[in-house]
Design a binder for this molecule. Sequence first.
Ligand code: CTP
Length: 417
Amino acid sequence: AVAAEARRLHQAVYIVGGFVRDLLLGRPSLDFDIVVEGDAIHLARSLEKRYGGRILPHTRFGTAKWTISPIREKLAGMLSEKNKIDPQELPEALDLISARREFYDYPTALPTVERSSIKLDLHRRDFTINTMAVRLDGHHFGDLYDYWGGLRDLEQKVVRVLHSLSFVDDPTRQLRAVRFEQRFDFHIEHRTLQLMDEGRPLIRHLSGDRLRHELNLILQEEKVFAMLARLQELGLLAAIHPAFGWDEGIRPAMQHVLREPLPESWEFPEKVANLPIRLALAYLVWLLPNPEGKGIAERLRLPATLQEHWQDARTLLENHQTFQDFSASQVVKVLDEIALPALYAVYLLVENKQLKEVLERYIYRWRFVYPQTTGDTLKAMGIPPGPEYREILWQLRAAWLDGRVNSVEEEQALLQC
Ligand code: CTP
């Protein structure tokens, strides 16, 4: 549809970046970045008129998002027999971008943009392997444009910047370099490594949000551990925060949360979205054997509420010996305060068999133990509502947990006292 519309409008349109790289590597994706040599918003409007969907223009950058989810069936139906795909595999939306140049007023600033040719558009990108474009319109369909040596570097398995200011323009590219290097089993080219070495201090200027975004992307990668080890080796974690590091000791637990489904028996609430990634990040930040989790969390702008939540888990890890002398109700009193995901993270991390067993008892049995008596029972007994309710109900629960009460009758008897 995009190709046909571009031909009608006599506009040169390209699919660029990751899609082309992945196609040439034999790992086709449906991650389309479309660049228009001309007015992307104009093209998007005519696409919307002809095919439907909805466009969201962004005039300042000359870009438009074309939401195609409502017309996926129609678009998939336009594909030839040999290219047929399941409509649901099509993305929600396509980004159409006007070819542009970018100027950075100062390192890490958002760029000022200006319309340009596809060649210059490709030149603003991070690594040569991401600078190839395939043209879509008219009889140019399928032509590969490789102005900056992308194909050569792809063949030689090299991650290389296009110019010496690339990391100054955008220091997050240092983390991206490692991500691509490890993902494809490439190597970062010598001069690029030197530039990273020089650009490392600029990481200091990056916002917590951008850093967290990059780390999240890394945590979603298959080779996440190789990436973390490489970031550590290049001093990039320490550049984020001096105490930030990668410790192989954390790997089995992290691997578990990232690769294994969450155990149903733990009954995690369904609303905890993205839990594996969040737990993995928590391992890196709070549960590493380092006392500066708070500093790292602040650097990454992790929400303050999470800090409290993980601090409790950390305390548990550090002080679990005390559990040895605790009764069941004392354990429950401590563990009830810790959020389930944090408890799960600790459970995977601890080696101490005794603590593991205590946690299991809590998760599978104790946390569900409640007296039959409720607030309503107390009200019916004529006790005026107030803070005592909590205390009475807790005492009854503790009696069940510690085996002082073993039947409803015994609970009644205790309640009467
Ligand atoms: N890009 C860049 N500098 C950045 C981020 C992105 O130059 N800091 C460019 C790259 O050329 C990239 C394109 O913008 O190809 C799109 O970015 P993104 O979707 O993040 O990259 P992909 O290459 O598609 O990466 P992935 O395979 O991880 O999706």
